[in-house]
Design a protein around this ligand. Structure first.
Ligand code: PLP
Length: 462
């Protein structure tokens, strides 16, 4: 199993190499050269299995011979041991043929734990075998950072530096990043927005002296191992509702396009998914692009669903790569045009995109109204991201096809917005009830590549 770059100018890598590398050296993103297939019988055989066993069967073909079956079983079981729900990703019913996939039962209360906990264990096994040490740098709009710190804290062969936009994450998100006491995890509050954070991380990866000097590795959603870990819950939930005999659709609150792209991979592997619906908040660049208006950057407007406040949606490059029929040259050119503001999608690629994805958006008022109305109708308290998904799903779903909407975070991660919308204050699960009392540790830093690199060099444990 080989991994190739969406821009066609980086070496082919194994799964393990692609995972440890993150961003390809040509600036592109790694994708599997071939997407493995699962037949109907293999999919049907997932019925009734644990989440862990489902993860093993769905992900195994992507790993090649990088990990033994025994290693991979151990990795998976350690990764999901700290989740506080036996099903890991339970389904709840909202309405006839509308289901909520609760992805917030991991240690940091957001879906990113599914991939990050797994990648932490994969890194640990791979680095120990290689006798290597790496520095992980990541940008976060709130949830990736805490999930990464939680997954890697205390591991002996990794330092983690997370850039988040100063003042633009919720208090719970910030505290989850600033309160881990482990010396190998570091929170950096950048003077800028999420796109600045993401751009500085990309700059670090493109500074090869720095990259090689500190052995930089990335665990942002561009990391292919993360995307693949997310393919699993598309299978587990669809099979619970009758796949492969019955088709299902998914609605995914989307920012960086990692989660929804995992759904595309599941579909390409053979899972019968009818619609993949992209749900955006008022930062609706993806929705506008999928409507055929081209991809043109504007200003990011802060919203109550901050993990989707985005203009540069990194993983969309992977979707473009497949929509352009694996034409890496065309993708490289689009990404070049994006540097100066945006690009138009060719007619053929647009056709491919609209065959795969539907889309919708939710304004702030619609998001609030959905939190309130779902609370009243079902007793389910949605976080603002999940509410964006439910609003768009209700617009686009067909009554004859089960719709699964992804609930990407626990409402207690965004208590102010949830309380304002519903009148109910969502409390934190017991295991993190003392979060507001823990000491914080954070460095505020300028939106300046040199300053960030200096800080990292000085703070790596030797
Ligand atoms: C990261 C995140 C998203 C967006 O996911 P992408 O994979 O970036 O599209 C949505 N909701 C929450 C709560 C998140 O943390």
């Amino acid at each position: 199993m080989k991994y190739i770059s969406t821009r066609g100018q980086a070496p082919e890598l194994t799964f393990e190499e692609a995972m440890l590398t993150g961003l390809a050296r040509d600036g592109g993103l790694y994708v599997p050269a071939e997407i493995p297939q699962m037949g109907r019988e293999e999919i049907a055989a997932l019925g009734g299995l644990s989440y862990e066993e489902t993860a093993f069967r769905v992900m195994r073909p992507f790993l090649g011979d990088c990990f033994t079956d025994e290693e991979f079983h151990g990795i998976i079981s350690r990764a999901y041991a700290d989740f506080d729900h036996a099903a890991r990703a339970p389904l709840k019913q909202l309405a006839p043929n509308h289901f909520l996939l609760e992805l917030f039962h991991g240690p940091t209360l957001a879906f990113k734990d599914f991939a990050m906990q797994l990648i932490g264990q994969l890194f640990q096994v791979a680095l120990e075998r290689r006798g290597e040490r790496v520095t992980i740098a990541g940008a976060t709009s709130g949830d990736t950072g805490s999930a990464a710190m939680e997954a890697f804290r205390g591991l002996s062969n990794v330092d983690v530096f997370i850039l988040y936009p100063h003042g633009r994450v919720s208090e719970v998100q910030r505290r989850q990043m600033t309160t881990p006491a482990d010396k190998n995890v570091h929170a950096l509050a950048l003077d800028g927005d999420f796109d600045d954070c993401q751009a500085r991380v990309k700059d670090m990866f493109n500074d090869f002296d720095f990259r090689d000097g500190v052995k930089l590795a990335g665990v942002n959603s561009i990391n292919i191992a993360r995307v693949l870990a997310q393919v699993v819950y598309y299978f587990s939930s669809a099979v619970s509702l009758g796949a492969p005999a019955r088709e299902v659709s998914f609605t995914v609150p989307t920012g960086n396009f990692g989660d929804i792209f995992a759904g595309y991979i599941a579909q390409q592997m053979g899972l019968p998914i009818k619609d993949l619906v992209v749900a955006t908040n008022q930062n609706d660049i993806l929705h506008r692009c999928l409507k055929g208006e081209g991809y043109h950057k504007g200003a990011t407007v802060p919203s109550i669903s901050p993990s989707m406040d985005i203009q540069v949606s990194s993983n969309f490059e992977r979707a473009l790569y497949f929509a352009y029929d694996k034409d890496a040259g065309a993708v490289a050119q689009l990404m070049d045009e994006l540097k100066s503001g945006g690009f138009e999608v060719s007619q053929g690629a647009m056709q491919a995109l609209s065959q795969t994805y539907k889309s919708g958006r939710a304004s702030e008022a619609e998001t609030m109204a959905t939190i309130k109305s779902e609370g009243v109708a079902t007793g389910e308290l949605l976080c603002p991201h999940g509410a964006v998904g439910v609003k768009v799903a209700n617009e686009l779903r067909e009554s004859s096809v089960p719709m699964i909407t992804l609930a990407t975070a626990h409402p207690a991660k965004f208590p102010a917005a949830v309380e304002e919308a519903s009148g109910i204050y969502p409390s934190l699960p017991e295991r993190m009830a003392d979060l507001y009392d823990r000491d914080e540790r954070v460095s505020q830093i300028a939106n300046d590549l040199g300053a960030i690199e200096d800080h990292i060099r000085k703070n790596i444990a030797q």
